[in-house]
Design a protein around this ligand. Structure first.
Ligand code: IPD
Length: 294
């Protein structure tokens, strides 16, 4: 099991969180434009952890663009990305980036994928030792940009305007729409399916959209009442978890309000306690520890 820290990591002095949010939005938009406009008809892919877990040439190119642009705009910050590359910094801020979250949707030219960019403080390589402080999650095909900074609220900006996000006022878990997702390892998927069999009769229905970052933003904007998943990496969840929290959703893991690789859940406040208790119990009983990284 991952262990949670007793206190959240402190903010480096003088950090301008609104500026970090602007940087996140700028680079997410640039990477979003690249993956949307330069997507070749035949995507080059190679496999990663399993045969079904692929990286496309555009995941790599998007990560390279994000590394370059963050290096230009925030040269003292570190970067931890899903794909190859990354660097350590000196400022106390690390950008945790998923150049394409929802790669399988992208591979099939389905719309639900995202570029997720989060500024975090603490050590994103250590479970429970970091927290996001500014973020942008962009759905390139929809041009929906979800963004937030700590204490500043969450917003959805589209070409048509911008609005503040609030999680749903739902209070009945049995009437709640809950999202989830699955890992790439066959044995893990079998355990996740067992947990799902017990959850499904207890909620209104379940959705598997295929992008954890967008699922967390869906809780923020009321398209889902709750979401949970086991096996998420920091880059899958860092951006969306801040957007959800800033929209008034509750977010956590096996204990307390810290998401981990072993469990990440997010829910509208009126059903959060009940959903958290349920998914904690089901994932402990069926899924167990997924292990490192953070
Ligand atoms: C995946 C997506 C998916 C989730 C998987 C993630 P990727 O990220 O977020 O929704 O179910 O657990 O690995 O591989 O597309 O960046």
């Amino acid at each position: 099991m991952s262990s949670a820290p007793s206190a959240p990591p402190a903010l480096p002095p003088g950090l301008d969180l609104a500026d970090l949010e602007r940087v996140a939005c700028t680079v997410a938009r640039e990477a979003g434009r690249l993956v949307l406009e330069d997507r070749p008809r035949r995507l080059g892919t190679s496999s990663k952890s399993t045969r079904t877990d692929v990286v496309t040439e555009m995941d790599q190119r998007s990560q390279e663009l994000l590394l370059d642009r963050l290096g230009a705009l925030r040269p003292d910050d570190g970067v931890l990305g899903e794909e190859e590359g990354g660097r350590t910094g000196t400022s106390g801020v690390t950008w945790v980036i998923d150049p394409i979250d929802g790669t399988i949707n992208y591979l099939y030219d389905a719309a639900e994928y995202a570029v997720s960019v989060a500024a975090v403080v603490g050590d994103p390589a250590r479970p429970g030792a970091w927290r996001p402080v500014a973020a942008a999650v962009l759905g390139p095909p929809s041009a929906e940009l979800f963004h937030a900074h700590l204490g500043g609220g969450a917003r959805l900006t589209t070409p048509g305007g911008s609005r503040v996000l609030r999680a749903n006022p739902v209070t009945d878990l049995g009437l709640s729409l809950v999202g989830t997702g699955f890992g790439y390892d066959a044995a893990l998927r079998e355990r996740q399916a067992r947990a799902l069999v017990e959850l499904l009769p207890r909620v209104r229905d379940v959705r598997r959209h295929g992008s954890a970052a967008l699922d967390l933003c869906a809780v923020a904007c009321g398209r889902l009442d709750g979401y949970y998943e086991t096996g998420l990496n920091a880059w899958d969840r860092a951006g969306g978890e801040l957007v959800a929290t800033e929209a008034g959703a509750l977010v956590g893991g096996e204990v307390g309000g810290v998401t981990t690789r072993d469990l990440t859940w997010a829910a509208a406040p009126g059903v959060a306690e009940e959903l958290a208790a349920l998914v904690r119990e089901l994932s402990a009983r069926h899924v167990g520890s997924v292990g490192d990284p953070a």
